[in-house]
Write a protein that binds this ligand. Structure first.
Ligand code: ADP
Ligand code: MG
Ligand code: MG
Length: 536
């Protein structure tokens, strides 16, 4: 390894190790200074007063609404009850019974001092369905009803309180214009079609990100405007632990920038082929497949087909969880409609995509079949190791040939791949009535508890080395060429403005909380005294 690479790597490793405020700029408090409440009035007028968005989905909104509830004797125990009912969902089956009973005795029993009166009437019903054992959705109705109650009078009161004023102040900070000065830049991580991807750090909080830069001249030359905007708009609507999140979108003079969850553990291609062995152990294959399945499910619920499933696009984080990345080819299906388009990567395209047929979500389940096959065998299903193929022959094999399964495939894995690699999408697993549930209940996944997996409480079978940099050396990544003769005009600006929307609410607020900025700045009253119980 060359010295430049070593320096770049060790700077990155040091920055990654930051935490407890270490990576913050010394001016961080100025960068996050609250405006006076009188400057928030415009926002107060225009903000949509939706309980679910303001008090449940947005992390800072949720915290402030909770502080408000904490300050009201009659609402004080709602938070704990909501937390416990959430925890119940992800308890293992053995723990559910006693944990559920504890919840009922503490919060849903009249004689308890912590009883939450507005939903107390659910106590008996919950106790019964808990005793029936098989009924798992014990607290769903109670949870819904509690939110229903909170979204009424308490939500109105909240909006008159100092906690909501503070929310507006945070919102104003969130909506500050975003420029390149907000970030520190570390090493180059990779190269894409329109530009480079770099490790970045938010100066105000110290949080690390990956910044995918799309060079304006390249985008224009390659007529990639619609594609870039599509990727950005799809990313900003998603919120899944199995898909990279978009935290900021902004522009510089030369580029359009997508600031994404940084994935330090390398991509699955690297892990399948470059770690000495070819192929992965079965427990890792199952785990990654299950997480990919959850990511695809999230996309599909929003009617998005991903269309680019392959090992390179599945990235590992520090802990060994995966996320789907590179949503450049994803497309939103309009209600009940199908799309057409021969897009994807050669070797991973489904037969219906190659055949230029109309399709819905089916290509992604084909893609999952290819991925499981490749993780297991250390080669893709329609190409022998080291074989060079022309496109036409690859397409012919995908449409006509049956894939072969060596001894390395267990019976369940073989059956699972076969069902997913069914040529006719109407007969493919995942594409029938039961949809994704058909996939999740296949014996291949018998060791996976999807509820716990979705809650992120399952320990990954492999943890990347925190001292390693799982990507090519800096000088081995080809330099990004410059385009000549492309002139940026006024008309291009319309597109840049649509792209340049700054921070994305949920990831930005998560950053503030996770990095401790929220806690340090969210003090009320003089000398950081606890918030008084009185409303202003
Ligand atoms: P393109 O759409 O142009 O193919 P990608 O989104 O695939 O661009 O990014 C190009 C490369 O940058 C990837 O192959 C990977 O090496 C690296 N990369 C992309 N996103 C991330 C991320 N979130 N974390 C770490 N590296 C990334
Ligand atoms: Mg890519
Ligand atoms: Mg792409």
């Amino acid at each position: 390894m060359e010295i430049d690479s070593m320096v770049a790597n060790s700077a990155l490793i040091r920055a990654r190790g930051g935490g407890g405020g270490k990576g913050r700029s010394w001016k961080w408090k100025d960068m996050l200074r609250f405006p006076h409440i009188s400057q928030c009035m415009e926002l107060a007028k225009t903000l949509e007063r939706d309980y679910y968005s303001l008090c449940v989905k947005q992390p800072i909104g949720r915290q402030l609404f909770r502080l408000f509830c904490q300050s009201k004797p009659e609402l004080r125990h709602c938070n704990s009850l909501l937390d416990k009912m959430g925890e119940y969902e992800v308890k293992s089956d053995e723990e559910k019974m006693s944990f559920g009973m504890q919840i009922i005795n503490r919060f849903l029993s009249r004689q308890s001092s912590e009883c939450v009166q507005v939903v107390e009437r659910y106590g008996e019903k919950c106790r019964e369905s808990l005793e029936e054992q098989h009924s798992r959705e014990v607290f769903i109705d109670c949870t819904d009803d509690l939110h229903e109650y909170l979204s009424g009078a308490p939500f109105l009161q909240y909006q008159q309180s100092m906690y909501f004023d503070r929310f507006l102040q945070w919102k104003m900070v969130e909506r500050q214009p975003v420029t390149k000065h907000i970030f520190r830049q570390y090493r180059l991580l990779g190269k894409g079609g329109f530009g480079e991807v770099w490790a970045f750090q938010a100066r105000a909080s110290g949080k690390m990100y990956a910044c995918k830069k799309l060079e304006k001249t390249h985008v224009k030359k390659g007529k990639g405007e619609a594609m870039a905007l599509n990727e950005k708009q799809i990313l900003e609507t998603l919120n899944s632990r199995f898909v990279v999140s978009l935290a900021y979108a902004y522009e510089t003079k030369q580029s359009l920038c997508l600031v994404l969850t940084i994935m330090n553990g390398g991509d699955l291609r690297f892990h399948i082929y470059n770690m000495g062995t070819s192929g992965l152990e079965q427990d890792r294959v199952q785990f990654y497949a299950a997480e990919v399945c959850c990511g695809l499910h999230h996309l599909h619920q929003m009617n998005i087909v991903y269309r680019d499933l392959k090992p390179e696009n599945i990235l590992l984080d520090d802990n060994g969880h995966i996320r789907i990345s590179d949503l450049g080819l994803a497309v939103t299906l309009s209600e009940g409609n199908l799309v057409r388009g021969r897009v994807g990567t050669l070797g991973y395209m489904a037969p219906e995509v190659i055949g230029n047929d109309y399709y819905g979500l089916s290509p992604d389940w084909w893609g999952l079949g290819c991925l499981v096959y490749e993780m297991t065998a250390g080669r893709s299903p329609f190409k022998r190791k080291g074989e060079r193929l022309i496109g036409k022959e690859m397409e012919r094999r995908i449409q006509e040939e049956e894939e072969e399964y060596g001894k390395i495939f267990s019976n369940e894995t073989k059956d699972f791949c076969r069902l997913l690699l069914t040529k006719d999408p109407r007969h493919r697993l995942g594409c029938q009535g039961s949809g994704v549930y058909g996939i999740k209940s296949h014996p291949f996944f018998r060791n996976i508890n999807f509820r716990r997996l979705e809650a992120g409480v399952i320990e990954p079978p492999f943890k990347p080395d925190p001292r390693a940099v799982y990507c090519q050396d800096v000088q081995d990544i080809d330099e990004f060429s410059t385009v000549k003769g492309v002139i940026l005009e006024r008309a291009d600006n319309d597109f840049y403005i649509k792209f340049n929307t700054g921070s994305v609410a949920i990831p930005w607020q998560t950053e503030m909380i996770e990095m401790g900025c929220f806690k340090e700045l969210n003090v009320f009253g003089p000398q950081g005294s606890r918030p008084p119980d009185l409303d202003w």
